[in-house]
Design a protein around this ligand. Structure first.
Ligand code: DC
Length: 652
């Protein structure tokens, strides 16, 4: 079943190493050229993703023999520039890196083909490529809207023209498609670029890979490319696909935001991918970058500065900078990003909308975006939409270095990086939580707050939230069984914990919520599922750097299931009644021991017998029975367990 969303806890730090998946751009270019060349090519480290699947499927349908020869390795038997199948319908999903070059190659294949994709693919312009191909004699018609896929291709009537021009300012993939396909015509052609060419580094990738397949194209600047009449694609035998430099950007940015060091393997200083320049942008923001032949590493002091930068050369990785801007002091301006509009979604609009959800001030134009981060610690009271755009999902994982985030449709990362979130969790370390659950009057509140104080962590007394809800409900004259009303009330509570005092709507209620009426009321409202759901997000917001100690009943099981340490702290009912008795007598309250014991027993029953989040020891929690044990001994035990956990390499 498709996952609707993924919740990422707030992250404290990033460190570790990642082996990158293969580059999408290189994978699809290599596949196509291997298919078009003479001889067999073994391709290693090919990316496994939706986009490469589309290309593989299409090539197989076109009659190319492709054999899997190991993990991410394929043997492609080239067809010497002529696909055997002359009539086919190809579905190419949302894979621009398959659609554009295949259109160009099939235009001169002397066959009948239909090319289509998902609805978004049909909104992505292709008119400039079709116009250029028509100059070379291609016969292509639009099956839907003029200028957009789906397309129908018929055998070309090769023209005598030796000059073809293409616009360079919409998508560099048009030029890439032409550069790879025109050598098939075996005639001299000058390919001219009109207007400024965007995303030049992608053209460099194209030229470099063509060279490895034996076709060396001369060029004059970025305006003219000269294709000879004696070009022939020849298999280089073995091709390694580099790691994906755009994918590297998320991990390097994590290293910069979360101090690092984070090292990526698969790209390095000799990479042919332009997106490696992304590291220079991170360096400008204040990160420390180092690199070797096959690796790059980022770290920082944790303080980043805003930058104003032209992103023409790094269109994809620039999206990562937009989210990194949430952590940089000042206004970050990313310029020359018009191509964002025609990608998987209108990325300028999408990015602006989602960044605003954190309270950032965002200005957007046709070719720029400017981001001023929210001034203080930010929170997300919404979830992040991803627009079926893998890069939106991956970029926004970085916002977790500031707050708890929910990312919708996380599986859209399959386009280029199917196990992205798993890998991210290997280098991103959440803000640690120690959960201390247990029954009433077990002393967990005292223990938890002392542990928090010793470690310099924040402290959450979750029971207080149920007590406050009960108090507010009693004050509003609500029945404590009225689930709907109580949960509405819980959602809108104005609660503040300040200097050891608890305030409800501005009024100090520290003492009031400890009354027996509130204790009993809290136990009743706590049994209502809608109230528990309403308080969930509020509780998670207490998880802040450098860490949290939370006490309650379901901290380890429900609210912070990824707690680094879970403790179930208890004592016998008699011992707890005795402690409570002593407390109340000291306060001058007269009580009856038997009544207290009965109250504790029946509250225990209600807390453990309810259907939602019942009080129980989790199998992964440490048991701490404090019957006959002093407070400080209990505190020391918890701290000892915690030290043992952080001494181990932390699993996330
Ligand atoms: O810990 P406490 O006695 O202050 O809790 C008051 C009530 O709230 C108690 O009946 C149990 C309930 N509670 C809960 O159900 N879940 C929590 N996480 C904390 C308290």
């Amino acid at each position: 079943m498709k996952k609707e969303y993924i919740d990422l806890p707030p992250m404290l730090a990033a460190r570790g190493e990642i082996i990158l998946p293969g580059s999408k751009s290189i994978s699809n270019r290599v596949l196509l050229l291997a298919a078009l060349s003479e001889g067999k090519t073994e391709i290693r480290d090919l990316l496994h993703s939706d986009d490469t699947e589309r290309m593989l499927d299409a090539l197989k349908i076109l009659g190319v023999e492709i054999e899997s020869v190991g993990d991410n390795a394929y043997l492609v038997k080239g067809c010497g520039g002529d696909f055997p199948v002359k009539e086919a319908k190809l579905f190419l999903g949302n894979a621009g890196t398959a659609f554009r070059p295949l259109t160009a190659a099939l235009a001169f294949m002397n066959g009948h083909y239909e090319l289509s994709g998902v609805p978004r693919m049909h909104e992505r312009p292709i008119g400039d490529l079709v116009d250029a191909l028509r100059q070379g004699g291609a016969r292509i018609s639009y099956l839907g809207e003029e200028g957009y896929p789906p397309l129908e291709i018929s055998p070309a009537e090769i023209s005598g023209r030796n000059e073809i021009s293409v616009r360079g300012n919409v998508s560099s993939q048009f030029l890439t498609g032409l550069l790879m396909a025109l050598p098939l015509l075996k005639k001299k052609i000058e390919l001219k670029v009109e207007g400024e060419l965007i995303s030049k580094p992608y053209i460099e990738i194209t030229l470099e890979i063509m060279k490895r397949f034996g076709v060396d194209i001369e060029r004059r600047g970025w305006e003219s490319f000269f294709i000879g009449d004696d070009c022939r694609y020849e298999s280089p035998g073995l091709m390694h696909v580099e790691g994906d430099a755009s994918s590297a950007s998320y991990f390097l940015a994590a290293g910069a935001i979360g101090k690092g060091p984070v090292r990526v393997y698969g790209v390095g200083k000799d990479s042919i991918q332009g997106d490696v320049k992304f590291s220079e942008a991170l360096r400008m923001m204040g990160a420390k970058i180092s690199m070797g032949e096959n690796w790059m590493e980022a770290s920082s002091t944790g303080f980043l500065e805003a930058i104003d930068i032209d992103c023409n050369a790094i269109p994809d990785a620039a999206m990562t900078l937009a989210v990194a801007a949430l952590f940089a002091k000042g206004k970050t301006i990313l310029r020359n990003i018009a191509s964002w509009k025609v990608k998987e979604t209108d990325r300028i609009a999408a990015m602006a909308k989602e960044l605003r959800k954190f309270g950032a001030i965002v200005e957007e134009g046709d070719d720029f975006i400017a981001i001023t981060p929210p001034s203080s610690h930010f929170a997300l009271h919404d979830s992040i939409d991803t627009y079926d755009d893998h890069r939106m999902a991956m970029c926004f994982s970085l916002s977790a270095f500031g707050t708890h985030v929910r990312i919708n449709d996380p599986e859209c990362v399959a386009k280029t990086f199917p196990d992205y979130f798993e890998r991210f969790s290997k280098i991103a370390f959440p803000v640690p939580v120690i959960s201390i659950d247990g029954p009433s009057a077990s002393g967990k509140g005292t223990v938890a707050s002392l542990v928090a104080k010793h470690l310099g962590f924040h402290y959450l007394d979750s029971g207080a939230l149920y007590r406050i809800t009960a108090l507010a409900a009693i004050q509003a004259g609500l029945s404590l069984e009225d689930e709907k009303a109580a949960s509405m009330l819980a959602q809108g509570l104005d609660i503040r914990f300040e200097n050891g005092e608890i305030r409800l709507n501005g009024e100090i209620v520290t003492e009031a919520i400890r009354s027996e009426v509130c204790s009993n009321g809290a136990s009743k409202v706590a049994a209502l599922p809608a109230v528990r759901a309403a308080l969930l997000e509020l509780q998670r917001q207490f998880r802040k750097t450098p860490g949290l100690v939370a006490d309650g009943r379901d901290m380890g099981s429900t609210v912070f299931p990824d707690s680094i340490l879970k403790v179930f702290l208890t004592a016998s009912a008699e011992e707890r009644a005795k402690r409570r008795y002593k407390q109340l007598i000291e306060k001058g309250v007269s009580v009856n021991m038997d009544t207290l014991l009965q109250d504790i027993i029946s509250r225990d029953q209600r807390d453990s017998g309810r259907s939602v989040a019942p009080l129980q020891k989790n199998p992964d929690a440490e048991l701490l029975d404090t019957t006959g044990m002093g407070i400080m001994d209990a505190v020391s035990q918890v701290e000892e367990w915690y030290s043992a956990k952080i001494d181990q390499p932390t699993p996330v």
